[in-house]
Write a protein that binds this ligand. Structure first.
Ligand code: FPP
Length: 232
């Protein structure tokens, strides 16, 4: 969700106004996901590196997460959305951690859409914590080194039970992955939009989904092999 700051600056507003406007796009994209039958939506809300921003901006973002959680919980229930937060939550305030756990608990039986919010998340952090968990299991002799394969690593990542993402969307004109789901995005289709996140509405999202639907995903096979498999 890139471009909140620039959207605000272009309008002579403080960056924090951009984040508030960004929250409206979050709502539009979540609702469009439900309408389109998307099963898992992951939003990159706050990276491990975002702590380095000015204190006032970090505080506003935390406040926005708290308020949005509080205000939106009924709407999540209405739309049968299950909320899950991925990332190292230990750095957040006790209050935010409590509220997050409560929102996850309240929505845990919803199943139309899983909404994952990545907060204090980094792809390298995720792989590191998975590798550390494996090392511990080996040290405690619950796992043999030769049992460590791709599946063993994937099973210890933050969103182990969710499928790998089909589509990655980045707004704001930059063409980078910026430490998002690094392991999980190995075969993900990439889509970059020049719109700033607050401008990215339901229609812009639909355009990205339509673009994705025209792609041929080969997963290392030839185009002919993929066509033959589709016809079988
Ligand atoms: C990146 O834009 C965006 C963020 C760091 C924060 C995203 C947060 C929201 C959209 C608020 C609501 C979110 C939830 C989940 C309730 P940027 O500030 O890096 O923009 P810039 O590159 O133009 O400076």
């Amino acid at each position: 969700m890139d471009g909140n700051g620039r959207w605000a600056r272009q309008r002579g507003l403080p960056r924090t106004q951009g984040h508030r406007a960004g929250a409206r796009s979050v709502r539009a994209v979540v609702e469009q996901s439900v309408r389109c039958g998307i099963e898992v939506l992951t939003l990159f809300a706050f990276s491990s590196e975002n702590w380095r921003r000015p204190q006032t901006e970090v505080s506003l973002l935390m406040e926005l997460f708290l308020n949005t959680l509080r205000v939106e919980i009924n709407r999540l229930m209405e739309h049968d959305v299950r909320l899950r937060i991925i990332g190292d939550l230990s750095a957040f305030s006790e209050k935010l951690q409590r509220q997050v756990r409560e929102a996850e608990r309240v929505t845990r039986n919803n199943s139309t859409l899983i909404l994952q919010i990545a907060a204090n998340y980094g792809g390298r952090w995720d792989i590191t914590q998975a590798v550390r968990a494996l090392a511990l299991e080996v040290a405690e002799q619950r796992l043999l080194p030769e049992q460590i394969d791709e599946q063993a690593i994937a099973a210890r990542l933050s969103c182990a039970d969710a499928p790998d993402p089909d589509l990655f969307i980045r707004t704001g004109g930059e063409k980078r992955i910026s430490n998002f789901l690094l392991w999980q995005c190995a075969y993900t289709e990439l889509y970059f939009s020049d719109l700033m996140w607050p401008e990215f509405d339901g229609d812009a999202y639909l355009a990205a989904l339509n673009d994705f639907s025209r792609r041929q995903r080969r997963f290392g096979l030839t185009g002919e092999q993929v066509n033959a498999l589709a016809e079988a």
